[in-house]
Design a protein around this ligand. Sequence first.
Ligand code: AMP
Length: 423
Amino acid sequence: MAQKVQRVKGVNDILPLEAKQWQALEHIVKQVMDRYAFGEIRPPIFEKTELFARGVGEDTDIVSKEMYSFSDMSKSSLTLRPELTAGVVRSYIQNNLQQISPVQKLWYEGPMFRQERPQKGRYRQFWQFGAEAIGSPNPEQDAEMIALFYAILKELGIEKSVTLKINSIGDGESRALYRSALQEFLRPHLSLLSETSQKRFESNPLRILDSKAPNDKDLVKDAPKIRECLNDASATHYAEVLKMLEAMDIPYVQDDLLVRGLDYYTHTIFEFTSNALGAQDAICGGGRYNDLIKELGGQDVPAIGWASGIERLLLVVDELQPLKTDSGLDLFLIVQGEDIRVKAPKLIHEWRSAGLNCDLDTLRRSMKAQMREANRQEARYVAILGEEEFDQGVVQLKNFETGEQEAVSFNDVVSTIKKALSS
Ligand code: AMP
């Protein structure tokens, strides 16, 4: 036997049964996005490497060690997108979307690629859906973004098992102030910090706050809080976001150590976590990124966005409240007799053309085996067609749920089933 080819480490096959769950989730996401007036955007899967280096930040884990980069025939360095905010912003700038409307509310869904160490809930190809609102600097936009993801959680029926953690890292001025305060606090203990945190001490000291190293965690417990360094404008913005969340009955906890791993954030940052997951407990993360559009060559336009991992969200949904799906098959046609087998395809073709979801056996199996297959596919109806029925122009139509059976003429099959299904 020829050797089997295995899938690449850290990626998943989503098989038909599981895909039903995905579709049910996607349906909810799309409906909620419509309700909140977000339009879908589908940027490409790969971009110039430079976009992520500049957009996500050279210093981040994503860019420094996780990207799938390659050169194409023209020797340009390209990268499979590790996230989509940079791609959406690139597209916004390139397509002059601000000319269509001063606020662009966009959502997306698709696979992302990061060379992380695979484990439960952490993959090398994983899917995200996300939303970006580009154009408004105001706190109501932050509140709307958070309400948008919360609405999806509510539709999934899991909002009570999820925690919204929120923090503000303020504007540039507040962050500069905090950076110095934090460095001053950490400097005497520099040698006790983990190697990574020592490296970040100069380049990105805020990231030391979310270090997983036990020593670092102990140290930062008593560190000054960024909230205490926010200037008036930043503090007011943050307070207003919290007030609006309260008014909308969206519970949150303030997390002074939340800084998030990407470089582009300003002001409000947040994460939704679930304790139904293990170590990888974040199901959604996002925040405001007021400087990114300018940094990528666009105008000085503020924005805010979030992204949620579909595999992880489905792990939570599976654990707490599995999504309802049905087989979708209205009818399975069971045929008996050699002659009938050649006539059946035309019949089922007509029913399918009229909008019925139906199937039939192409292996020429016994009646019993065909019935088993109809059962396996959870068909709502079976239609039995033998020579006698064919001569009379009817099928024996059987409702699988009630067991009721009646002879129905070929032409009435579709209307009979549609009527029964709609009542
Ligand atoms: P990030 O883009 O890192 O802020 O991640 C946003 C969300 O994407 C996280 O909250 C996770 O739900 C999901 N996510 C990030 N990285 C992975 C991964 N390697 N595998 C699966 N899901 C991921």
